[in-house]
Write a protein that binds this ligand. Structure first.
Ligand code: SF4
Length: 446
Protein backbone atom coordinates (compact mmCIF):
# COMPACT_ATOMS: atom_id res chain seq x y z
CA UNK A 1 0.00 0.00 0.00
CA UNK A 2 1.40 3.39 -0.94
CA UNK A 3 2.56 5.60 1.91
CA UNK A 4 1.76 9.27 2.34
CA UNK A 5 4.50 11.90 2.28
CA UNK A 6 4.38 12.18 6.08
CA UNK A 7 4.65 8.42 6.52
CA UNK A 8 7.65 8.38 4.17
CA UNK A 9 9.20 11.33 5.97
CA UNK A 10 9.09 9.42 9.26
CA UNK A 11 11.23 6.69 7.67
CA UNK A 12 13.88 9.11 6.36
CA UNK A 13 16.92 10.23 8.44
CA UNK A 14 15.42 13.75 8.93
CA UNK A 15 18.83 15.45 8.88
CA UNK A 16 18.03 17.73 5.94
CA UNK A 17 21.55 17.21 4.57
CA UNK A 18 20.41 18.03 0.99
CA UNK A 19 22.47 15.29 -0.65
CA UNK A 20 19.38 13.97 -2.40
CA UNK A 21 19.10 17.28 -4.25
CA UNK A 22 16.10 18.48 -2.21
CA UNK A 23 16.28 21.14 0.49
CA UNK A 24 14.73 18.99 3.22
CA UNK A 25 13.86 15.37 3.94
CA UNK A 26 10.19 16.39 3.85
CA UNK A 27 10.56 17.86 0.35
CA UNK A 28 12.21 14.61 -0.76
CA UNK A 29 9.41 12.60 0.90
CA UNK A 30 6.79 14.59 -0.99
CA UNK A 31 8.52 13.83 -4.28
CA UNK A 32 8.77 10.14 -3.38
CA UNK A 33 5.07 10.04 -2.54
CA UNK A 34 4.29 11.44 -5.99
CA UNK A 35 6.73 8.96 -7.56
CA UNK A 36 8.76 11.86 -8.95
CA UNK A 37 11.99 10.86 -7.20
CA UNK A 38 13.71 7.57 -6.51
CA UNK A 39 14.81 6.38 -3.09
CA UNK A 40 18.42 5.74 -4.14
CA UNK A 41 19.00 9.51 -4.17
CA UNK A 42 19.26 9.38 -0.38
CA UNK A 43 22.44 7.55 0.70
CA UNK A 44 21.42 7.43 4.36
CA UNK A 45 18.21 5.40 4.34
CA UNK A 46 18.43 2.43 6.71
CA UNK A 47 17.89 -1.08 5.37
CA UNK A 48 14.65 -1.42 7.35
CA UNK A 49 13.31 1.86 6.02
CA UNK A 50 14.40 0.88 2.53
CA UNK A 51 12.45 -2.37 2.73
CA UNK A 52 9.34 -0.56 3.95
CA UNK A 53 9.60 2.17 1.33
CA UNK A 54 10.32 -0.16 -1.56
CA UNK A 55 7.34 -2.32 -0.58
CA UNK A 56 5.10 0.72 -0.61
CA UNK A 57 6.50 1.80 -3.97
CA UNK A 58 5.35 -1.42 -5.67
CA UNK A 59 2.92 -0.60 -8.50
CA UNK A 60 -0.75 -1.00 -7.56
CA UNK A 61 -1.24 -3.19 -10.64
CA UNK A 62 1.55 -5.64 -11.36
CA UNK A 63 3.35 -5.63 -14.67
CA UNK A 64 3.00 -8.82 -16.71
CA UNK A 65 5.15 -9.59 -19.76
CA UNK A 66 3.94 -12.04 -22.40
CA UNK A 67 6.20 -13.04 -25.27
CA UNK A 68 9.81 -12.18 -25.96
CA UNK A 69 11.77 -9.76 -28.10
CA UNK A 70 10.36 -6.65 -29.71
CA UNK A 71 6.86 -8.15 -29.95
CA UNK A 72 6.64 -8.87 -26.21
CA UNK A 73 3.49 -7.43 -24.70
CA UNK A 74 3.61 -5.67 -21.34
CA UNK A 75 0.34 -5.13 -19.52
CA UNK A 76 -0.57 -3.70 -16.13
CA UNK A 77 1.39 -1.17 -14.10
CA UNK A 78 -1.40 1.37 -14.57
CA UNK A 79 -1.66 4.12 -12.01
CA UNK A 80 -4.78 6.13 -12.84
CA UNK A 81 -8.47 5.57 -13.41
CA UNK A 82 -8.77 8.20 -16.13
CA UNK A 83 -6.23 8.90 -18.82
CA UNK A 84 -6.44 12.68 -18.40
CA UNK A 85 -5.09 12.30 -14.83
CA UNK A 86 -1.74 11.15 -16.22
CA UNK A 87 -1.79 8.63 -19.06
CA UNK A 88 -2.42 4.92 -19.47
CA UNK A 89 0.97 3.28 -19.79
CA UNK A 90 0.58 -0.16 -21.36
CA UNK A 91 -1.88 -0.54 -24.22
CA UNK A 92 -4.32 -3.38 -23.90
CA UNK A 93 -3.31 -6.40 -26.00
CA UNK A 94 -5.65 -7.58 -28.74
CA UNK A 95 -5.66 -11.38 -29.10
CA UNK A 96 -7.34 -13.47 -31.79
CA UNK A 97 -8.61 -16.98 -31.03
CA UNK A 98 -7.26 -19.82 -33.13
CA UNK A 99 -8.56 -23.38 -32.53
CA UNK A 100 -5.92 -26.07 -32.10
CA UNK A 101 -7.70 -28.64 -34.30
CA UNK A 102 -6.71 -26.99 -37.58
CA UNK A 103 -4.16 -28.90 -39.63
CA UNK A 104 -0.56 -27.70 -39.45
CA UNK A 105 -0.65 -25.79 -42.74
CA UNK A 106 -3.85 -23.98 -41.75
CA UNK A 107 -2.46 -23.10 -38.32
CA UNK A 108 0.66 -21.63 -39.88
CA UNK A 109 -1.34 -19.78 -42.51
CA UNK A 110 -3.61 -18.30 -39.85
CA UNK A 111 -0.68 -17.33 -37.62
CA UNK A 112 1.08 -15.64 -40.53
CA UNK A 113 -2.07 -13.79 -41.50
CA UNK A 114 -2.51 -12.47 -37.94
CA UNK A 115 1.12 -11.32 -37.84
CA UNK A 116 0.49 -9.37 -41.00
CA UNK A 117 -2.81 -7.89 -39.88
CA UNK A 118 -1.42 -4.41 -39.33
CA UNK A 119 -2.59 -0.91 -40.12
CA UNK A 120 -0.90 2.44 -40.57
CA UNK A 121 -2.74 4.89 -38.30
CA UNK A 122 -1.47 8.48 -38.23
CA UNK A 123 2.02 7.23 -38.99
CA UNK A 124 1.98 4.42 -36.41
CA UNK A 125 1.81 0.72 -37.22
CA UNK A 126 -0.84 -0.99 -35.09
CA UNK A 127 -2.47 -4.40 -35.24
CA UNK A 128 -3.14 -7.68 -33.48
CA UNK A 129 -0.77 -8.37 -30.54
CA UNK A 130 -1.34 -11.97 -29.53
CA UNK A 131 -2.52 -15.32 -30.83
CA UNK A 132 -4.83 -17.11 -28.39
CA UNK A 133 -4.47 -20.79 -29.21
CA UNK A 134 -7.50 -22.61 -27.88
CA UNK A 135 -7.14 -26.28 -27.10
CA UNK A 136 -9.83 -28.37 -28.77
CA UNK A 137 -10.10 -31.72 -26.93
CA UNK A 138 -8.74 -34.54 -29.06
CA UNK A 139 -6.31 -32.30 -30.95
CA UNK A 140 -2.54 -32.28 -30.41
CA UNK A 141 -2.13 -29.05 -28.41
CA UNK A 142 1.64 -29.35 -28.28
CA UNK A 143 1.95 -29.71 -32.07
CA UNK A 144 -0.47 -26.84 -32.64
CA UNK A 145 1.47 -24.54 -30.29
CA UNK A 146 4.71 -25.47 -32.03
CA UNK A 147 3.26 -24.75 -35.48
CA UNK A 148 1.87 -21.37 -34.47
CA UNK A 149 5.10 -20.37 -32.71
CA UNK A 150 7.10 -21.29 -35.81
CA UNK A 151 4.91 -19.24 -38.14
CA UNK A 152 4.53 -16.08 -36.07
CA UNK A 153 6.53 -14.00 -33.64
CA UNK A 154 3.37 -12.72 -31.96
CA UNK A 155 3.16 -13.69 -28.27
CA UNK A 156 0.93 -16.67 -27.46
CA UNK A 157 -1.87 -17.36 -25.03
CA UNK A 158 -2.29 -21.10 -24.46
CA UNK A 159 -5.92 -21.79 -23.59
CA UNK A 160 -6.81 -25.05 -21.92
CA UNK A 161 -8.27 -26.23 -18.64
CA UNK A 162 -6.59 -29.60 -19.13
CA UNK A 163 -3.27 -29.65 -17.20
CA UNK A 164 -1.83 -32.51 -19.29
CA UNK A 165 -2.45 -30.67 -22.58
CA UNK A 166 -1.17 -27.44 -21.07
CA UNK A 167 2.00 -29.05 -19.73
CA UNK A 168 2.78 -30.50 -23.16
CA UNK A 169 2.17 -27.24 -25.06
CA UNK A 170 3.89 -25.05 -22.46
CA UNK A 171 7.05 -27.12 -22.49
CA UNK A 172 7.18 -26.93 -26.31
CA UNK A 173 6.96 -23.13 -26.50
CA UNK A 174 8.16 -22.01 -23.04
CA UNK A 175 10.98 -20.00 -24.63
CA UNK A 176 8.29 -17.82 -26.26
CA UNK A 177 6.98 -16.94 -22.82
CA UNK A 178 3.25 -17.63 -23.44
CA UNK A 179 0.48 -16.72 -21.03
CA UNK A 180 -1.11 -19.88 -19.61
CA UNK A 181 -4.89 -19.64 -19.44
CA UNK A 182 -6.24 -20.64 -16.99
CA UNK A 183 -5.89 -21.88 -13.45
CA UNK A 184 -9.30 -22.54 -11.92
CA UNK A 185 -10.44 -24.01 -8.63
CA UNK A 186 -10.48 -27.40 -10.33
CA UNK A 187 -6.96 -27.50 -11.79
CA UNK A 188 -5.19 -24.93 -9.62
CA UNK A 189 -2.27 -26.95 -8.27
CA UNK A 190 -1.33 -28.48 -11.63
CA UNK A 191 -1.51 -25.15 -13.51
CA UNK A 192 0.54 -23.35 -10.86
CA UNK A 193 3.12 -26.11 -11.08
CA UNK A 194 3.41 -25.69 -14.89
CA UNK A 195 3.69 -21.90 -14.63
CA UNK A 196 6.37 -22.10 -11.94
CA UNK A 197 8.32 -24.83 -13.71
CA UNK A 198 8.76 -22.62 -16.79
CA UNK A 199 8.55 -19.19 -15.11
CA UNK A 200 5.49 -18.24 -17.16
CA UNK A 201 2.66 -15.79 -16.51
CA UNK A 202 -0.59 -17.45 -15.44
CA UNK A 203 -4.20 -16.39 -15.87
CA UNK A 204 -6.61 -17.34 -13.10
CA UNK A 205 -10.34 -17.67 -13.73
CA UNK A 206 -13.17 -17.63 -11.25
CA UNK A 207 -16.64 -16.12 -11.34
CA UNK A 208 -16.95 -12.72 -9.73
CA UNK A 209 -14.60 -10.36 -7.96
CA UNK A 210 -14.48 -11.98 -4.52
CA UNK A 211 -13.67 -15.40 -5.98
CA UNK A 212 -10.99 -14.09 -8.36
CA UNK A 213 -9.38 -12.12 -5.53
CA UNK A 214 -9.14 -15.31 -3.46
CA UNK A 215 -7.71 -17.35 -6.34
CA UNK A 216 -5.18 -14.64 -7.25
CA UNK A 217 -4.05 -14.40 -3.62
CA UNK A 218 -3.63 -18.18 -3.59
CA UNK A 219 -1.54 -18.03 -6.78
CA UNK A 220 0.64 -15.28 -5.31
CA UNK A 221 1.12 -17.28 -2.12
CA UNK A 222 2.05 -20.30 -4.25
CA UNK A 223 4.87 -18.30 -5.84
CA UNK A 224 3.40 -17.18 -9.18
CA UNK A 225 4.68 -13.68 -9.77
CA UNK A 226 2.84 -12.66 -12.95
CA UNK A 227 -0.91 -13.13 -12.78
CA UNK A 228 -3.77 -12.14 -15.10
CA UNK A 229 -7.36 -12.07 -13.83
CA UNK A 230 -10.51 -13.36 -15.52
CA UNK A 231 -13.75 -12.84 -13.59
CA UNK A 232 -15.68 -14.89 -16.18
CA UNK A 233 -18.48 -12.35 -16.61
CA UNK A 234 -21.67 -13.73 -18.11
CA UNK A 235 -22.83 -10.51 -19.77
CA UNK A 236 -21.19 -7.36 -21.15
CA UNK A 237 -22.74 -5.45 -18.26
CA UNK A 238 -21.05 -7.76 -15.74
CA UNK A 239 -17.80 -7.41 -17.64
CA UNK A 240 -17.91 -3.63 -17.38
CA UNK A 241 -18.82 -3.78 -13.68
CA UNK A 242 -16.03 -6.26 -12.90
CA UNK A 243 -13.40 -4.36 -14.85
CA UNK A 244 -14.28 -1.07 -13.23
CA UNK A 245 -14.53 -2.50 -9.72
CA UNK A 246 -11.15 -4.25 -10.03
CA UNK A 247 -9.40 -1.11 -11.28
CA UNK A 248 -10.96 1.00 -8.53
CA UNK A 249 -10.12 -1.56 -5.84
CA UNK A 250 -6.52 -1.83 -7.02
CA UNK A 251 -5.91 1.91 -7.30
CA UNK A 252 -8.16 3.51 -4.74
CA UNK A 253 -8.33 0.82 -2.05
CA UNK A 254 -4.79 -0.46 -2.72
CA UNK A 255 -6.18 -3.98 -2.75
CA UNK A 256 -3.16 -6.10 -3.68
CA UNK A 257 -5.26 -9.22 -4.26
CA UNK A 258 -6.72 -7.70 -7.42
CA UNK A 259 -3.62 -5.69 -8.35
CA UNK A 260 -3.14 -7.59 -11.60
CA UNK A 261 -4.06 -6.92 -15.24
CA UNK A 262 -7.21 -8.57 -16.58
CA UNK A 263 -8.26 -10.59 -19.60
CA UNK A 264 -11.68 -10.31 -21.27
CA UNK A 265 -13.26 -12.52 -23.91
CA UNK A 266 -15.48 -10.40 -26.14
CA UNK A 267 -19.00 -11.81 -26.32
CA UNK A 268 -21.92 -10.99 -28.58
CA UNK A 269 -24.41 -12.50 -31.00
CA UNK A 270 -22.67 -11.13 -34.08
CA UNK A 271 -19.08 -10.16 -34.90
CA UNK A 272 -20.14 -6.50 -34.82
CA UNK A 273 -21.64 -6.93 -31.33
CA UNK A 274 -18.46 -8.66 -30.20
CA UNK A 275 -16.38 -5.81 -31.60
CA UNK A 276 -18.57 -3.32 -29.75
CA UNK A 277 -18.14 -5.17 -26.46
CA UNK A 278 -14.41 -5.50 -27.14
CA UNK A 279 -14.20 -1.73 -27.52
CA UNK A 280 -15.86 -1.31 -24.10
CA UNK A 281 -13.29 -3.67 -22.59
CA UNK A 282 -10.45 -1.74 -24.25
CA UNK A 283 -11.76 1.51 -22.79
CA UNK A 284 -12.48 0.03 -19.34
CA UNK A 285 -9.73 -1.43 -18.36
CA UNK A 286 -8.86 -4.82 -19.85
CA UNK A 287 -5.21 -5.80 -20.10
CA UNK A 288 -6.02 -8.26 -22.89
CA UNK A 289 -9.12 -8.52 -25.05
CA UNK A 290 -9.69 -11.79 -26.90
CA UNK A 291 -11.76 -11.77 -30.08
CA UNK A 292 -12.70 -14.65 -32.36
CA UNK A 293 -12.70 -12.71 -35.64
CA UNK A 294 -9.97 -11.25 -37.81
CA UNK A 295 -12.01 -9.25 -40.30
CA UNK A 296 -9.89 -6.13 -40.89
CA UNK A 297 -13.07 -4.04 -41.02
CA UNK A 298 -13.74 -4.97 -37.38
CA UNK A 299 -10.15 -5.10 -36.15
CA UNK A 300 -9.27 -1.63 -37.46
CA UNK A 301 -11.85 0.22 -35.29
CA UNK A 302 -10.59 -1.67 -32.24
CA UNK A 303 -6.93 -0.83 -32.75
CA UNK A 304 -7.93 2.76 -33.52
CA UNK A 305 -9.95 3.00 -30.31
CA UNK A 306 -7.01 1.59 -28.40
CA UNK A 307 -4.62 4.04 -30.01
CA UNK A 308 -6.83 6.95 -29.01
CA UNK A 309 -7.15 5.78 -25.41
CA UNK A 310 -3.52 4.88 -24.86
CA UNK A 311 -1.86 7.98 -26.27
CA UNK A 312 -0.54 10.43 -23.74
CA UNK A 313 -3.08 13.28 -23.56
CA UNK A 314 -0.24 15.69 -22.76
CA UNK A 315 1.82 14.68 -25.79
CA UNK A 316 -0.06 14.98 -29.08
CA UNK A 317 1.13 12.58 -31.74
CA UNK A 318 3.28 14.60 -34.09
CA UNK A 319 4.88 14.29 -37.49
CA UNK A 320 8.30 15.64 -38.26
CA UNK A 321 8.06 19.22 -39.56
CA UNK A 322 9.33 19.59 -43.12
CA UNK A 323 8.11 19.49 -46.69
CA UNK A 324 6.53 16.30 -48.00
CA UNK A 325 5.72 15.21 -51.55
CA UNK A 326 2.35 13.57 -52.07
CA UNK A 327 2.51 11.57 -55.29
CA UNK A 328 5.06 12.48 -57.94
CA UNK A 329 5.15 16.17 -57.01
CA UNK A 330 6.99 18.43 -59.47
CA UNK A 331 8.09 22.04 -59.58
CA UNK A 332 4.63 22.96 -60.86
CA UNK A 333 2.72 21.18 -58.10
CA UNK A 334 0.59 23.06 -55.58
CA UNK A 335 2.07 23.77 -52.13
CA UNK A 336 -0.25 23.37 -49.16
CA UNK A 337 0.61 24.42 -45.62
CA UNK A 338 -0.55 22.67 -42.45
CA UNK A 339 0.48 21.85 -38.88
CA UNK A 340 2.43 18.92 -37.45
CA UNK A 341 -0.44 17.42 -35.41
CA UNK A 342 -0.49 13.89 -36.83
CA UNK A 343 -4.22 13.69 -37.19
CA UNK A 344 -4.27 16.99 -39.07
CA UNK A 345 -1.35 16.07 -41.30
CA UNK A 346 -2.58 12.60 -42.22
CA UNK A 347 -6.10 13.90 -42.87
CA UNK A 348 -4.71 16.53 -45.23
CA UNK A 349 -2.33 14.03 -46.80
CA UNK A 350 -5.20 11.58 -47.35
CA UNK A 351 -7.35 14.22 -49.00
CA UNK A 352 -4.49 15.44 -51.20
CA UNK A 353 -3.89 11.81 -52.21
CA UNK A 354 -7.58 11.39 -52.97
CA UNK A 355 -7.42 14.37 -55.34
CA UNK A 356 -4.83 12.48 -57.42
CA UNK A 357 -3.05 15.80 -57.96
CA UNK A 358 0.59 15.46 -56.89
CA UNK A 359 1.33 18.20 -54.36
CA UNK A 360 3.73 19.42 -51.71
CA UNK A 361 2.72 19.78 -48.08
CA UNK A 362 4.70 22.13 -45.86
CA UNK A 363 4.40 20.96 -42.24
CA UNK A 364 4.96 23.74 -39.73
CA UNK A 365 6.19 22.86 -36.23
CA UNK A 366 3.19 23.79 -34.09
CA UNK A 367 4.15 21.47 -31.20
CA UNK A 368 1.62 18.89 -32.31
CA UNK A 369 -1.44 21.13 -32.28
CA UNK A 370 -4.18 21.38 -34.89
CA UNK A 371 -4.69 24.38 -37.16
CA UNK A 372 -7.05 26.51 -35.09
CA UNK A 373 -5.45 25.57 -31.76
CA UNK A 374 -2.03 26.41 -33.17
CA UNK A 375 -3.31 29.69 -34.57
CA UNK A 376 -4.88 30.62 -31.22
CA UNK A 377 -1.62 29.70 -29.44
CA UNK A 378 0.36 31.76 -31.98
CA UNK A 379 2.23 28.68 -33.20
CA UNK A 380 0.70 28.85 -36.69
CA UNK A 381 1.32 32.42 -37.78
CA UNK A 382 2.60 34.35 -40.78
CA UNK A 383 6.00 34.29 -39.08
CA UNK A 384 6.16 30.54 -38.36
CA UNK A 385 4.84 29.66 -41.82
CA UNK A 386 7.37 31.97 -43.49
CA UNK A 387 10.15 30.44 -41.41
CA UNK A 388 9.08 26.92 -42.39
CA UNK A 389 8.90 27.83 -46.08
CA UNK A 390 12.41 29.26 -45.91
CA UNK A 391 13.92 26.59 -43.63
CA UNK A 392 12.66 23.74 -45.81
CA UNK A 393 13.70 25.46 -49.06
CA UNK A 394 10.27 25.22 -50.62
CA UNK A 395 11.38 27.76 -53.25
CA UNK A 396 13.96 25.23 -54.43
CA UNK A 397 11.24 22.66 -55.16
CA UNK A 398 8.72 24.67 -57.18
CA UNK A 399 8.89 27.33 -59.88
CA UNK A 400 5.73 29.16 -58.79
CA UNK A 401 5.42 31.19 -55.61
CA UNK A 402 1.96 30.30 -54.35
CA UNK A 403 1.06 28.89 -50.94
CA UNK A 404 -2.30 27.39 -50.03
CA UNK A 405 -3.27 27.88 -46.38
CA UNK A 406 -6.20 26.30 -44.49
CA UNK A 407 -9.47 28.22 -44.79
CA UNK A 408 -9.72 28.45 -40.99
CA UNK A 409 -6.73 30.81 -40.89
CA UNK A 410 -7.64 32.99 -43.87
CA UNK A 411 -6.91 35.96 -41.64
CA UNK A 412 -3.18 35.21 -42.01
CA UNK A 413 -3.10 35.66 -45.77
CA UNK A 414 -2.26 39.39 -46.00
CA UNK A 415 0.58 39.35 -43.50
CA UNK A 416 1.88 36.07 -44.87
CA UNK A 417 2.09 37.52 -48.39
CA UNK A 418 3.98 40.53 -47.03
CA UNK A 419 6.40 38.48 -44.96
CA UNK A 420 7.07 35.57 -47.28
CA UNK A 421 6.82 37.26 -50.64
CA UNK A 422 4.64 34.37 -51.81
CA UNK A 423 1.13 34.72 -53.17
CA UNK A 424 -1.34 33.15 -50.74
CA UNK A 425 -4.49 31.26 -51.69
CA UNK A 426 -7.03 30.40 -49.03
CA UNK A 427 -7.97 26.74 -49.18
CA UNK A 428 -11.12 25.08 -47.83
CA UNK A 429 -11.99 25.26 -44.13
CA UNK A 430 -12.35 21.50 -43.95
CA UNK A 431 -9.75 19.08 -45.25
CA UNK A 432 -12.50 17.14 -47.02
CA UNK A 433 -12.81 20.08 -49.43
CA UNK A 434 -9.21 19.71 -50.63
CA UNK A 435 -9.84 17.34 -53.59
CA UNK A 436 -12.45 19.65 -55.15
CA UNK A 437 -10.28 22.68 -54.37
CA UNK A 438 -7.16 21.23 -56.02
CA UNK A 439 -9.09 20.00 -59.05
CA UNK A 440 -10.44 23.50 -59.65
CA UNK A 441 -7.03 25.14 -59.15
CA UNK A 442 -5.70 26.88 -62.32
CA UNK A 443 -2.11 26.20 -63.39
CA UNK A 444 0.18 28.04 -61.02
CA UNK A 445 2.24 30.71 -62.75
CA UNK A 446 6.00 30.79 -62.28
S1 SF4 B 1 19.73 12.88 1.37
FE1 SF4 B 1 18.38 11.79 2.76
S2 SF4 B 1 18.87 12.64 4.75
FE2 SF4 B 1 19.68 14.06 3.27
S3 SF4 B 1 18.01 15.56 2.92
FE3 SF4 B 1 17.78 14.00 1.40
S4 SF4 B 1 16.33 12.60 2.32
FE4 SF4 B 1 17.14 13.82 3.98
Amino acid sequence: MALTAIEIYKLLPQTNCRECGFPTCLAFAMQLAQKKASLDKCPYVSEDAKAALEGSAAPPINLVTIGVGDKALKIGNETVLFRHEETFHHPCGLAVLVPSDLDEASLKQKATRLSELQFDRVGMIVGVDLIALQHVPGSDFRAAATAVAQASNLPLILISDDPAAMAAAASAVADKRPLLYAATAGNFDEMVKIAKEHGLPLAVRSEGIANIADLAAKATAAGVSEIVLDTAPKTPKDMLLHQTAIRRAALLKKNRQVGHPTIVFAVGDTPAAKALNASVAIAKYAGIVVIDFDDPALVLPLVTARLNIYTDPEKPIQVQPGVYAVGAATEESPVLVTTNFSLTYFTVEGDVSASKIPSWIVVVDTKGTSVLTAWAAEEFTAETITKAVNDYDVAGRVKHRTLIIPGGVAVLSGKLEDLSGWKVLVGPRESAGIPAFLKSLPKLAA
